[in-house]
Write a protein that binds this ligand. Structure first.
Ligand SMILES: [Mg+2]
Length: 391
């Protein structure tokens, strides 16, 4: 089997009416890099990579991230992989990875994260091909540990819309997610003072009680000292995990200090470009859960390596975003814990719009499709409407 063609589309959705703030960044749109790898015997592998989600009108180019990765696929990876056997994913991954360090790698102006995002999308498409060629799901190819995966709600952003989004709104939304069947909720923190966040968390716990898992995501919003002070204030509310508490520049040794200060386990990894960074986070940063995002940096090939490192360090896999991809991976490994989902179409129109066939979520679980590859199909009408094919 040989790779005959690699195509890439940049998909963008219209700017949101509501701006969703994390601690330090506004999210005002979504975009996605869609990859199709075609083989000489007619199999088409679908890959997806994370786009940007910046704010139109505030950020000069709100699709910059996905626009950065797309030409890496068509100008560098396509000529590199044409004619190669798509089943040799480890070999092809190393070949693609060499774009980040070979002589002259910087001459195109592509950043390392552009290249890693491009690799992720192509690698996912190669695993889709591998599954389709073998007639089995990616989950079963990788180990098939279970067929159903726990999932949780990502919600509770600081929202900037027509009306103020208060603690009462947060509590009402959380009650609605519980009624939908979810038993685990993650909210954003660190955009306001610790005292104000305590009020939000209390309002939420008063509404849903203490039987629902609650996770807090600071998106690297605190100094180490503030992160320690904050988790001591939040501990009484029974927190399942404390995600990315400290600023980017001290996210290994600083994390270890926070980990030593609390019984709440830490969660991080979505900013790591590669498995080596994840190794350091787990081994030296003392995280108990890793959110390494296979569709942002490592593809399937990179993700399973991180899962193995996590396994031998007693850490669990709880990846960032995209249950249609990560569900298959979390299901496959013994230390797969949960996947992140976005039940609100206003925040994640990709999940609600892009797929003609995708898994469903019921009672906080996602049934892993037992169809070949990832078992998903994109809706070509949506690709046509939202997409631009990259030359
Ligand atoms: Mg996060």
């Amino acid at each position: 089997m040989k790779i005959k063609d690699i195509e890439a589309w940049v998909l963008t959705w219209p700017p949101f009416e509501t701006i969703f703030w994390t601690s330090i960044n506004p999210i005002g749109s979504v975009s996605e890099l869609l990859i199709k790898v075609t083989t000489d015997d007619g199999i088409v592998g679908i890959g997806e990579a994370h786009g940007g989600n910046l704010v139109a009108g505030v950020s000069p180019d709100f699709t910059k991230r996905v626009a950065g990765a797309a030409p890496v696929v068509t100008q560098a990876i396509r000529p590199m992989l044409l004619g190669e056997n798509p089943l040799e994913n480890d070999k092809l991954w190393d070949k693609m990875f060499s774009l980040t360090y070979q002589q002259g790698w910087g001459t195109h102006g592509w950043s390392r994260s552009d290249i890693m995002t491009a690799i992720a999308g192509v690698d996912i498409a190669l695993w889709d091909i591998k599954g389709k060629a073998a007639g089995v799901s990616v989950n079963r190819l990788l180990g098939g540990f279970k067929q159903k995966v726990h999932c949780y709600v990502m919600g509770g952003y600081y929202q900037e819309g027509k009306e103020p989004y208060t603690e009462a709104h947060l509590a009402r939304d959380a009650e609605r997610w519980v009624k939908m069947g979810y038993n685990a909720i993650k909210i954003k923190i660190a955009h306001v003072s610790i005292e104000e966040d305590v009020k939000r968390i209390k309002a939420l716990r008063d509404a849903i009680g203490y039987d629902i898992d609650l996770m807090l995501d600071a998106n690297e919003g605190y100094s180490v000292q503030d992160a320690i002070r904050a988790i001591h204030a939040f501990e009484p509310f029974k927190i399942r995990w404390y995600e990315e508490p400290v600023h980017w520049y001290d996210n290994i040794e600083g994390l270890a200090k926070v980990a030593a200060s609390t019984t709440v386990p830490l969660h991080a990894g979505e900013q790591q470009l590669h498995r080596f960074g994840c190794r350091d986070l787990i081994e030296r940063g003392k995280v108990s859960f890793t959110s390494q995002d296979g569709r942002e940096t490592g593809g399937v090939t990179g993700w399973v390596m991180v899962a193995a490192i996590a396994n031998v360090n007693n850490a669990l896999m709880a990846p960032h975003h995209d249950p249609q991809i990560h569900g298959q991976l979390v299901a496959a490994v013994p230390n797969g814990l949960t996947v992140e989902t976005f039940p609100e179409a206003a925040r994640d129109p990709i999940w609600s719009e892009l797929f003609a066939v995708r898994p469903e979520i019921k009672n906080s679980y996602i049934e892993i499709p037992d169809r070949p590859g990832f078992g998903i199909e994109v809706d070509e009408k949506v690709v046509e409407k939202r997409g631009t094919k990259v030359p």
